[in-house]
Write a protein that binds this ligand. Structure first.
Ligand code: HEM
Length: 496
């Protein structure tokens, strides 16, 4: 045993020494070439980098803590990946917005292709295919276009409240139904049934696969790509099997609703992204149709995937806030009562007269940002910012959580205080978290206008019609609960 341990130690020592030597050499070359230093950050360990110091489930917490030590721009090494973390809106704007030519790529993730997720243009590189998908998406979801969805959003919000009243226990499911029904309608012109809709089931099945895109799996597949080819009986074949299952579900999500929209194009009175573009496609020459159709499918799928968890998570956070802060709820209801009365329900025309409802929406965005680290960007060339060197191919992460919990900007940041967005005249302030919770630059969430109006209609309709409070036991006593959040790309409150 002795010599074997010795040889392992010798190998480890050798690897560590070569790592230090490579680092020292790179540092020396940079010095010689007068290349400026990387942004500050914690000292990396050989091979592992900083991975052991990061809360891998909630990395935004670690990055937020590190801000106090290293500042608003941090360099982190995660295994062989160079990661630049942005901890302030100012730097996010300076890099992701103002230098978007450099900061609009996405990092390579070894799980995307085998798990079927390259169908989402949110994950693909900054290339011509992305441009076409994004253009198709934008035509339907730009501010002027989303106005036509308003009546449908209000209708869906009222359906959701009807579900909440008849079956309050399953509020998570009603929020999910609301989110997917709005998306299915805008994208495919498809009217979902209020419960157990077959197309929504297909989306839910595919979304389970999205949760499998964990960093651990990506690292395993990057290091051992042969795991995708091992026989079923072999150790490690679970990755291959989960990838096959995920691809199958994603394929269904891409094709089944699309086919439905194609078949019902003629009889659908609703305008939708797929319907309109299929009509446009009929006028195109045969050669360009296949590429157009593939991009349209990707744009459609990404809209469904992009809305489902983010919207549901935001509605869950709003509900939690109303339970924990009953005074906020009462004040919002009083605003609705005084502006609209009790004879009718809120409409978009009332929005400007209901600033406190908008302040609640802003505070929900800030208090519980659905995507706490955004979706990572990547640099397509090296850059120099504020004297620091940002390497080509670095992953760039905007720590939305850190920005939204900055005590200097938001005193008592962990508390839900909508008043922070209301000025002395009772009007909304200039600070709108929508300017950072949807990401920045050319990859900024293109569904943000639809998200804003969907969420407003849901929140305003709920506040006008129901009281949100903790569940009670048979004796009418409040049942204690601890809010638990599930984490992944999207952070969301676990349903009971
Ligand atoms: C509260 C709701 C939502 C939040 C918090 C949210 C947040 C985000 C974030 C942070 C990104 C990454 C931006 C970046 O890379 O800088 C993103 C991308 C995206 N979102 Fe949203 N989103 C929401 C709702 C929606 C909705 C309703 C849709 C569709 C109608 C949508 C469609 C997309 C798409 C297509 C992308 C990919 C953009 C690209 O890579 O070019 N999102 N979203």
């Amino acid at each position: 045993m002795g010599p074997m341990v010795d040889s392992h130690l010798a190998i480890l020592a050798g690897i560590s020494l070569s790592f230090v030597a490579v680092k020292a050499l790179r540092w020396f070359i940079k010095k010689r070439q007068n290349i400026p230093s990387l942004p500050p950050g914690p000292m990396p360990f050989p091979l592992l980098g900083n991975v052991l110091s990061i809360d891998t489930k909630k990395p935004w917490l670690t990055y937020t803590e590190w801000r106090a030590v290293y500042g608003d721009l941090i360099f982190v090494q995660i295994l062989d990946q160079e990661v630049v973390v942005i901890n302030s809106q100012h730097i996010a704007q300076a890099l992701l917005d103002n230098r978007s030519r450099i900061y609009s790529d996405r990092p390579y993730l070894a799980t995307l292709k085998p798990y079927g997720w390259l169908v989402s243009f949110a994950f693909i590189g900054y290339n011509d295919e992305w441009r076409l998908c994004r253009r198709l998406f934008h035509q339907t979801f730009r501010p002027k276009s989303v106005v036509r969805f308003r009546q449908m959003q209000i209708r869906r919000a009222r359906d959701m409240v009807a579900n909440l009243v008849s079956d309050p226990q399953h509020y998570h499911s009603h929020f999910a139904t609301f989110s997917s029904s709005v998306a299915m309608s805008t994208v495919y012109g498809y009217d979902t049934s209020t419960r157990n809709d077959p197309l929504v089931e297909i989306v839910i099945n595919a979304m389970t696969g999205l949760a499998m895109l964990t960093p651990e799996r990506a690292i395993m597949l990057k290091a051992f790509p042969f795991l995708l080819n091992v026989p079923d009986w072999c150790w490690g074949s679970s990755i291959k099997r989960s990838a096959q299952a995920s691809s199958k579900h994603v394929n269904e999500m891409v094709n089944v609703p699309f086919q439905h929209a194609r078949e019902h194009m003629a009889d659908s009175s609703q305008s939708s992204m797929v319907g309109e573009n299929l009509r446009r496609m009929e006028m195109q020459d045969e050669a360009s149709k296949p590429m157009f159709e593939t991009s349209l499918k990707k744009a459609a799928t990404t809209a469904i995937v992009g809305s489902y968890e983010t919207m549901t998570s935001t509605l869950m956070a709003f509900t939690l806030a109303m339970v924990l802060y009953p005074d906020v709820q009462k004040r919002a209801q009083a605003e609705i009562d005084s502006v609209i009365g009790r004879d009718r329900l809120p409409m978009f025309e009332d929005r400007a007269s209901l600033p406190y409802i908008d302040a609640i929406l802003r505070e929900t965005f800030r208090w519980a940002p659905a995507v706490p680290l955004g979706v990572p960007h990547a640099t397509s060339s090296a850059d120099l910012y504020d004297g620091y060197f940002i390497p080509k191919g670095a992953t760039v992460v905007c720590n939305t959580w850190g920005i939204s919990r900055d005590e200097k900007r938001y005193p008592q940041a962990s508390h839900f205080i909508p008043d922070r967005f209301i000025d002395v005249n009772g009007l909304l302030t200039d600070d709108d978290p929508a300017e950072y919770i949807f990401g920045l630059g050319r990859r900024i969430c293109p569904g943000r206008y639809a998200a804003d109006t969907s969420l407003w209609s849901a929140i305003a309709t709920m506040l006008a019609t129901v009281d949100i409070s903790s569940a009670k036991d048979d004796q009418g006593k409040t049942i204690d609960f601890t809010a638990k959040f599930m984490v992944g790309v999207v952070r969301y409150l676990a349903s009971p």
